[in-house]
Design a protein around this ligand. Structure first.
Ligand code: PLP
Length: 355
């Protein structure tokens, strides 16, 4: 099947932490599985692929990543079916996007087959960490960092590619109040917005903190030029239901091409909804709210799958949105996608990779 298969050396932990795991207390991103995958890029090629106990990295204080932020990441999920098969949701899409980010950050690509091989092997080693309970999943974090111990701005010659995983609980996300940001920007034309590059998130912390001080859990970013068009939220794309149609900003250089959003759009079309992927102005959304034509607003991303938006703040006014319980499309798509990821509905789109 593949010519890129890695010869991964596996050293297993002698102290598994699986029995200490409290399945009822899994704060997102704080509980780590026993092992991690690690591979080095040296002399122009990937080498030394290993699976080893999850643990610290050691590096020189001069290491490039620590100063200039040459790094990017991915985020995806796996679950276990009732019959115990490991199911990964659309991992090739993450592998492809990983390489888009790599190109933009001047970093080496990881061939898709290699990426998948590393992932499959790691999940097989840590299969006991993959939850099968309703709504639970294994969050997977692949990333790459620049490793040259060198002070100076140029692409590193050496890199590390790592994958670790976190079992995560049912993500009952409370509906969020969001603020449409019209001063700060997350991404600009020609910038790195479409890549999952570390710096994009570092730069968004300060505006997000200001929004939180004003009482808003998340920001909705607008275009950096005019602040007239809606882009996306911090780690989620946004969708609206207006006049019964699903409306969402099209992916672009400044909007990350979310796999969840893509999946929601494909499902909506399959269900016969009209979907418009295009520029969406703030004005259009605000008028639709005022005129009672907006029935749903939500974020879409791997962590929450669907996060309902309960209120939108814009230009000094907070607009309350229709109650979450009555939101037909987003509630239905959340249930469907959750069942889909757990193998409870037919894989009609071919999105599930089984191990
Ligand atoms: C990861 C991310 C998303 C969501 O992408 P998914 O593939 O659906 O998880 C959306 N926006 C930003 C900025 C992100 O980093």
């Amino acid at each position: 099947m593949s010519t890129e298969l890695l010869n991964i050396s596996i050293s297993k932990t002698t102290h598994s932490r699986i029995n200490e795991l409290d399945w009822n207390d899994l704060p997102f991103g704080r509980v780590f599985s026993d092992h991690m995958f690690e591979m080095d890029y040296i002399d122009g090629k990937w080498q030394n692929p290993v699976i080893r106990p999850f643990g610290d990295l050691s590096m020189s204080p001069a290491t490039s990543i620590l100063h200039y932020g040459q790094t990017f990441f991915e985020g995806m999920k796996a679950t276990k079916s009732e019959s115990g098969e490991i199911l990964i949701f659309r991992p090739e899409e993450n592998a492809k996007r990983f390489n888009l980010s790599a190109e933009r950050m001047c970093m080496p690509e990881v061939p898709v087959d290699m990426f998948i091989d590393a992932l499959r092997t790691l999940l097989t080693v840590d299969k006991n960490w993959i939850p099968s309970q309703e709504g639970y999943s294994l969050y997977i974090r692949p990333f790459m960092i620049a490793m040259d111990p060198y002070v100076g701005i140029r692409p590193s010659d050496t890199y590390k590619f790592i994958i670790f995983t976190c079992p995560v609980g049912a993500y009952y996300s409370e509906p969020v109040k969001v603020k449409i940001e019209t001063y700060y920007s997350r991404a600009v034309e020609g910038g790195t917005g479409y890549a999952k590059a570390g710096g994009n998130y570092a730069g968004s912390l300060y505006p997000a903190m200001k929004g939180q001080q004003e009482g808003f859990r998340q920001l909705i970013w607008t275009d950096a030029k005019e602040h007239k068009y809606i882009e996306e939220s911090g780690t989620m794309n946004v969708l609206f239901v207006i006049d019964g149609k699903i409306i969402t900003p099209a992916s672009s250089q400044t909007i990350l091409a979310g796999i969840t959003r893509r999946s929601v759009v494909d499902i909506a079309k399959d269900w016969g909804y009209t979907v418009e992927e295009r520029k969406v102005s703030v004005e259009e959304v605000v008028s639709a709210i005022k005129e009672g034509r907006l029935s749903e607003a939500f974020g879409a991303g791997t962590a929450a799958t669907i996060a309902q938006i309960s209120a939108i703040h814009y230009d000094g006014t907070t607009y309350e949105l229709p109650p979450v319980e009555g939101r037909e499309f987003s509630n239905k798509v959340l249930t469907y996608l959750t069942d889909y990821k757990h193998g409870k509905v037919e894989d009609k789109f071919g999105w599930i990779m089984k191990i």
